[in-house]
Design a protein around this ligand. Structure first.
Ligand code: F6P
Length: 530
């Protein structure tokens, strides 16, 4: 692993890209197609069930060549090896980054610092398997002997977004008897309205928290516990069959009173936003069954292998990362929109917000020095075609450059053939319209479309657990690659701590705590406290 500070802006490739960016402002994507009739093939990649068409980007052959050279001139190869080998690449927390090991079920044993991770993972998966099977079959009952009908995952951030997104995306595989609920926000109205609809005898609460210290999760767990205890007329119900914990801090879960055999563990080398592959995925396993959960892992593993072995020019995560760098650092794009043309994938944009923005929203490099180039973009989005009737106006005619990822599934057994054709037709039409635009003589300016707006089109053969696993891992490795090229630590999240600290101090009763705040903050608190 290299220890010298890497500055992407001083690489020959970066220097070559700068004048090419100036040229690109006067170039046209449609011209690239005119110059190369095979562009749709030359700028497309298939990786098993995923097909990426990145031909409609403002990227000439020369730019692509320089972007690939940028990856070559960066320490990507060695850092990738370091991550997979379990080196402590998360330096500010002195941790390995090994979520990839969670999905390497059939490979050689991973032994890191003398610990056999593969065995520990297998044991935990086994425990998840037995538990999920017993709840799903109805063998695991509540205290009054009734089968579970409602599972409530209480967690936030990585302990919520991944499982919630996957359970919704894969609802085709969901258990028929069991309803799934995800409670994250400390907004008590949310949990109260969910609890109102539940029967305590048949409800199961999964308290998911890597640290088991998160305010929102602990308050929601307390609300659930109080509700259950008052409904069931039972004390210390955290020790009952209705409360499960998933955590990397089992000591805290024990202290909380959860029964030992109902604590599912993962480890500090699994980052929160990379944790859906671990026991944090328990709600996924309960929802779609363990076999499907393992297919999700297998799909991610296939993407891991592709990422490790494919040359950069044919490497899907690397290509997506380089396109993002081109738009952010050279063409001035501030945001990336992710538009799944699939309602079931509607939570993907918010899942990717955490993955990308918590990972790469950094302004110092891995050595702690301030950097003077842009890093992670703002990720946003919503489903198509809904977005077309809301914000696509700006994408077509606004003043900002917004690269888009348009994502869909080629076949969808849950839809009607005609509607699915319409859905996909819309996706393809948007991609074409954004690129080609429409303007010219006789067309008033307000009806003109400048075009030349870039899109990636990502098609899955079908929305299976395997393909979804690959898609998520694709974005994980895209974010990793960008982090390496920007030379930042993509695996810490110190930026979220100050807000937590100030909230704690504001909520303390002491008036002296408040006096340290500005007058606006003090006045707002006074108003609230009244
Ligand atoms: O506040 C940010 C964060 O630490 C995320 O990184 C994490 O996914 C989330 O909070 C929840 O943390 P935990 O799983 O420890 O409750």
């Amino acid at each position: 692993m290299t220890t010298t500070s890497f500055d992407p802006t001083s690489t020959p490739a970066w220097q070559q890209l700068k004048p090419l960016a100036a040229d690109a402002n006067s170039e046209n994507i449609t011209d690239y197609f005119n110059q190369n009739p095979n562009r749709h093939q030359d700028y497309a990649l298939r990786q098993e069930g995923l097909y990426l068409d990145y031909s409609k980007n403002l990227v000439s052959d020369k730019v692509r060549q320089c972007l690939t050279a940028l990856a070559e001139q960066s320490p990507l190869k060695e850092k990738m090896a370091a991550m997979f080998a379990g080196e402590r690449i998360n330096t500010t927390e002195d941790r390995s980054v090994l979520h990839t090991v969670l999905r390497d079920l059939d490979g050689d044993d991973h032994v890191v610092d003398g610990a056999n991770l593969t065995q520990a993972i297998a044991a935990e998966l086994d425990k998840m398997d037995r538990f999920a099977e017993s709840v799903r079959s109805g063998n695991w009952t509540g205290e009054t002997g009734k089968a579970i009908t409602d599972i409530v995952n209480i967690g936030i951030g990585g302990s919520d977004l991944g499982p919630k997104m996957v359970c919704k995306a894969l609802e085709q595989y969901a258990h028929e008897r069991i309803n799934f609920h995800f409670i994250s926000n400390v907004d008590g109205a949310e949990i109260n309205s969910t609890l109102k609809r539940l029967n305590p005898e048949t409800s199961l609460f999964i308290i998911s928290s890597k640290t088991f210290t998160t305010q929102e999760t602990l308050m929601n767990a307390e609300a659930a516990l109080n509700w259950y205890q008052s409904q069931a007329g039972m004390a210390n119900a955290q020790n009952s069959k209705h409360f499960i914990a998933v955590t990397a801090n089992p000591a805290n879960a024990k202290k909380y009173g959860i029964a030992d055999n109902q604590i599912f563990e993962f480890w500090d080398w699994v980052g929160g936003r990379y944790s859906l592959w671990s026991a944090i995925g328990l709600s996924i396993a309960l929802c779609i069954g363990m076999d499907h959960f393992k297919r999700l892992l297998a799909g991610a593993k296939a993407m891991d292998d592709h990422f490790r072995t494919a040359p950069y020019g044919q490497n899907m995560p690397v290509i997506l990362a380089l396109l993002g760098i081109w738009y952010s650092n050279f063409l001035g794009a501030e945001t990336v929109a992710v538009i799944p043309y699939c309602e079931r994938m509607g939570l993907l944009p918010s899942y990717l917000q955490q993955l990308d923005m918590e990972s790469n929203g950094k302004s110092v490099n891995a050595e702690g020095e301030p950097i003077d180039y842009d890093t992670g973009p703002i990720i946003w989005g919503q489903t198509g075609t809904n977005g077309q009737h809301a914000f696509f106006q700006l994408l077509h005619q606004g003043t900002r450059l917004v690269p888009l990822d348009l994502i869909a599934t080629i076949s969808d057994p849950l839809s009607n053939p005609e509607q699915h054709r319409a859905l996909l037709g819309n996706l393809v039409a948007q991609s074409a319209a954004l690129m080609a635009g429409e303007s010219g003589e006789g067309i008033p300016s307000y009806k003109s479309y400048p075009g030349n707006r870039p899109t990636n089109v990502l098609l899955m053969d079908e929305l299976s657990p395997y393909n979804l696993g690959s898609l998520i891992a694709l974005y994980e490795h895209k974010v990793f690659t960008q982090g390496i090229i920007w030379n930042i630590n993509s695996f810490d999240q110190w930026g979220v701590e100050l807000g937590k600290k100030l909230a704690k101090s504001l909520l303390s009763d002491s008036a002296s705590q408040l006096s340290g705040f500005d007058s606006s903050t003090q006045a707002l608190m006074a108003l609230i406290q009244k």
